[in-house]
Design a protein around this ligand. Structure first.
Ligand SMILES: *[C@@H]1O[C@H](CO)[C@@H](O)[C@H](O)[C@H]1NC(C)=O
Ligand SMILES: *[C@@H]1O[C@H](CO)[C@@H](O)[C@H](O)[C@H]1NC(C)=O
Ligand SMILES: *[C@@H]1O[C@H](CO)[C@@H](O)[C@H](O)[C@H]1NC(C)=O
Ligand SMILES: *[C@@H]1O[C@H](CO)[C@@H](O)[C@H](O)[C@H]1NC(C)=O
Ligand SMILES: *[C@@H]1O[C@H](CO)[C@@H](O)[C@H](O)[C@H]1NC(C)=O
Ligand SMILES: *[C@@H]1O[C@H](CO)[C@@H](O)[C@H](O)[C@H]1NC(C)=O
Ligand SMILES: *[C@@H]1O[C@H](CO)[C@@H](O)[C@H](O)[C@H]1NC(C)=O
Ligand SMILES: *[C@@H]1O[C@H](CO)[C@@H](O)[C@H](O)[C@H]1NC(C)=O
Ligand SMILES: *[C@@H]1O[C@H](CO)[C@@H](O)[C@H](O)[C@H]1NC(C)=O
Length: 492
C-alpha cells in the first residue's frame, strides 16, 4: 500500500521534472541557447553546485561540439578507439598439428544436441588467438568462419578467419585489431548469430590461485543453503573465485548468488540458447566454457557439482591449496575419488532462524558415509587450465606438454559427495552407490565445522534476516521522505 503510494509520488515527480526539462529544451533550441547554460540560469538562487557538479556554462554548446579540436581523443559516436591490448592480428592458431591429430582420432566427437547453428556462448582473447565457446555440440571438425565486430558491433568486413569446430563446442580464431565482438557462422554468406563480447584473458599471469567451476544449477530442490555451504566451504579451502552456471533458480536463491556477485567473489553465467535440451544436457558445454574462462584467470581450477566437497583426509588441518602448493610442476591435473554421503532429506526453502539453519547445514546433518573406494568411480578434478587441451566432466581428454594426471590417494584427500537419494537423474544411480558400504558416521574436520557454521550463519542472516522496524518508525520514515521530496519540488 505505502509502497504504491511512494511509487506514485516518485512517478509524479519524475513526470513533472521531465515536463520542466523538456519545456526548457524546446525554449533553448528555439532561442539557440546553451542547454546546460540555461538550466543553470533556471536554478536561480539555488546553489547549483549541489546538483550540477563541474558544469561549464557554454554560450553555444552545439557549435562547441562540432569544433574538431575541442573533441577528446576518445570514443565518439562513429569511430572506435582501439585499446592497447587490442592491436594484435594473427592468422594462425597455436598447436594446429596437434589439433589435426586429435581430430583424426575423433576425440570427443558428440552429435547429441539439436542445435542447427553454432550458437556462440562466450569468447576469450589470449595473447595470440581467440577462443569462442559454443552451446552447439554438433558438426565436429567442420569448417566454420570467425566473424569480427568493432566496438559498435559493426562487422570488420573481409576480416573473417577460417577455422574448424574443434574441440567440440569450441572454435579457435585468429586475432583482429580492434575486434571487440565475435560470432561464428558455418558459411561465409550466413547471417551471423548475435555477436558476443570478447573477454580479456591476454595477461599470462592469472589473477587467482584457486577457483571453482560449479556445474549448472537447476531442479526443484531449494538451493540457497547448498549454495552458501558450497561457496563458504571452498573459501575456507582457499578458493578466491567461483564461476556459477545457472539454468534456473528461485528468486529467493538468486538473492544469495547476486550478493556474492556484489562482493566480487562470483560470476554468474546464465545459460540459455535457441534450442531445446534437458537441463542436465548443459554439463559438457559448461565444463568446456569454464575451462577456457579460467585459462590465465586462475592457476588451478576445480570442476565440481553442488553436492561435492573435496576434503583433506590424512592431514585434516590442511587446506586444498596446501595440497596444490606441494604439487610438482609436471602435474596438470589432480584427480580425486569419492566418498558417498547419504543425503536423504531435502534442504529448506527459506531461512527461519539460526537453530533451523544450523540443524539443516549439510555437513552437520548428513554424516552417513561409504567406506569402500574405487578410484575410477565419478572422479572430479582440479586442473591447470592452460595445460589442458580438452576438459571432460570427470577428467581431461587431452593435455599439452605431456603433463601428468595425478590420481590423489583417497586416504590423503577425496570428495565428500552428498548424494540426494530422491532425485535420481540416471537409472541405478542410488543402487550403485549402495555398493560402496559398509556405512559409517563421519564428520568434517572440527576447524571446518566451526568456521563454516559461523560463515554460513553470517552470510545468510545478512541477506535474509532483514531488520524490519515497527510501523510507527516506518510512518516517521515515510514522512521524512515526503518532506524531502516536497523540498526538491519547490526547488525545481
Ligand atoms: C538560430 O540559429 C539558426 C542557425 O544558426 C539561425 O538561422 C536562426 O536565425 C537562429 N534563431 C534565433 C532566434 O536566433
Ligand atoms: C575550438 O576549440 C578550441 C579549444 O577549446 C578553441 O581554442 C578554438 O578557438 C575553437 N575554435 C572555434 C572555431 O570555435
Ligand atoms: C601479439 O601476439 C604475439 C604472438 O603472435 C604475442 O607474442 C604478443 O604478446 C601479442 N601481443 C599482445 C599485445 O597481446
Ligand atoms: C551441422 O549439423 C547439422 C545436424 O547434423 C546439419 O543439419 C548441418 O547441415 C551441419 N552443418 C554443416 C555446416 O555441416
Ligand atoms: C525454475 O525454478 C523455480 C523454483 O524451483 C520453479 O518454480 C520453476 O518452475 C522453474 N522454471 C523452469 C522453467 O524450470
Ligand atoms: C614429476 O616430477 C617429480 C619431481 O621432479 C618426479 O619425481 C616424478 O617422477 C615426475 N612424475 C612423472 C610422472 O613424470
Ligand atoms: C546409512 O546408509 C545406509 C545405506 O543407505 C543405510 O543402510 C544405513 O541404515 C544408514 N545408517 C544410518 C545410521 O542412517
Ligand atoms: C555421528 O557423529 C556425530 C559426531 O560424533 C554425532 O553428533 C552424531 O550423532 C552421529 N550420528 C549418528 C547417526 O550416529
Ligand atoms: C577459523 O576460525 C578460527 C577461530 O575463529 C580463526 O582463528 C581462523 O582464522 C579461522 N580459519 C579460517 C581459514 O578462516
Amino acid at each position: 500500500m505505502f509502497e504504491n503510494w511512494r511509487l506514485f509520488l516518485l512517478l509524479l515527480l519524475t513526470a513533472i521534472s521531465f515536463v520542466i526539462v523538456s519545456q526548457n529544451r524546446k525554449r533553448i533550441i528555439g532561442e539557440n541557447e546553451s542547454f546546460l547554460g540555461n538550466i543553470i540560469e533556471n536554478c536561480g538562487e539555488r546553489n547549483s553546485d549541489d546538483y550540477f557538479l563541474a558544469v561549464e556554462p557554454n554560450e553555444n554548446i552545439m557549435n562547441v561540439a562540432s569544433n574538431q579540436s575541442y573533441k577528446e581523443d576518445y570514443y565518439d559516436s562513429k569511430k572506435c578507439k582501439i585499446q592497447d591490448w587490442n592491436k594484435n592480428e594473427t592468422n594462425t592458431i597455436p598447436n594446429r598439428d596437434y589439433f589435426d591429430s586429435l581430430i583424426k582420432s575423433n576425440v570427443r566427437n558428440q552429435n547429441i544436441l539439436l542445435n542447427k547453428t553454432p550458437s556462440p556462448f562466450s569468447a576469450y582473447v589470449y595473447s595470440d588467438h581467440i577462443v569462442v565457446t559454443l552451446t552447439s555440440e554438433r558438426n565436429f571438425s567442420d569448417v566454420v568462419f570467425c566473424r569480427y565486430y568493432d566496438c559498435k558491433m559493426r562487422e570488420l568486413t573481409g576480416k573473417y578467419f577460417e577455422s574448424r569446430h574443434f574441440p567440440q563446442s569450441t572454435v579457435f580464431c585468429g586475432r583482429r585489431i580492434g575486434a571487440e565482438y565475435i560470432s561464428i557462422t558455418e558459411k561465409l554468406e550466413d547471417e551471423a548469430e548475435f555477436p558476443i563480447r570478447i573477454i580479456r584473458r591476454d595477461e599470462k599471469k592469472p589473477a587467482h590461485y584457486f577457483t571453482v567451476c560449479l556445474a549448472p544449477i537447476y531442479g526443484e530442490e531449494p538451493k540457497f543453503l547448498q549454495i552458501v555451504d558450497f561457496i563458504e566451504y571452498y573459501k575456507l579451502q582457499g578458493a578466491t573465485f567461483f564461476h556459477i552456471y545457472v539454468t534456473n533458480v528461485s528468486n529467493y536463491d538468486r538473492v544469495l548468488l547476486d550478493d556474492y556477485v556484489r562482493t566480487g567473489e562470483v560470476e554468474i553465467i546464465q545459460i540459455h540458447d535457441h534450442y531445446w535440451r534437458a537441463d542436465f544436457m548443459w554439463h559438457r558445454v559448461q565444463i568446456n566454457d569454464c575451462h577456457f574462462r579460467n585459462k590465465y584467470f586462475s592457476k588451478w581450477t576445480a570442476f565440481l557439482d553442488i553436492d561435492e566437497r573435496i576434503e583433506m583426509k590424512k592431514y585434516p588441518e590442511l587446506r586444498i591449496v596446501d595440497l596444490l602448493d606441494e604439487t610438482t610442476p609436471n602435474v596438470s591435473t589432480l584427480r580425486f575419488s569419492v566418498d558417498w554421503v547419504v543425503k536423504d532429506q531435502l534442504s529448506p526453502k527459506k531461512y527461519q532462524n539460526d537453530e533451523q539453519l544450523k540443524e539443516n547445514m549439510i555437513f552437520r546433518k548428513f554424516t552417513n558415509t561409504s567406506t569402500k573406494t574405487d578410484t575410477f568411480k565419478q572422479p572430479k578434478c582440479i586442473i591447470r587450465p592452460e595445460r589442458i587441451t580438452i576438459m571432460g566432466i570427470h577428467y581431461p581428454l587431452a593435455v599439452y606438454d605431456n603433463s601428468k594426471v595425478s590420481i590423489v590417494n583417497y586416504r590423503i584427500a577425496a570428495i565428500r559427495h552428498y548424494r540426494n537419494v530422491f532425485h535420481k537423474l540416471f537409472p541405478r544411480q542410488v543402487e550403485r552407490m549402495m555398493e560402496y558400504g559398509p556405512w559409517k558416521n563421519t564428520t568434517v574436520a572440527p576447524w571446518i565445522a566451526g568456521n563454516l557454521t559461523t560463515n554460513i550463519l553470517r552470510r545468510v542472516k545478512y541477506l535474509y534476516d532483514i531488520e524490519i522496524p515497527s510501523d510507527v518508525i516506518k510512518q516517521e520514515n515515510y514522512a521524512k521522505e515526503e518532506s524531502q521530496m516536497d523540498l526538491e519540488k519547490i526547488e525545481v
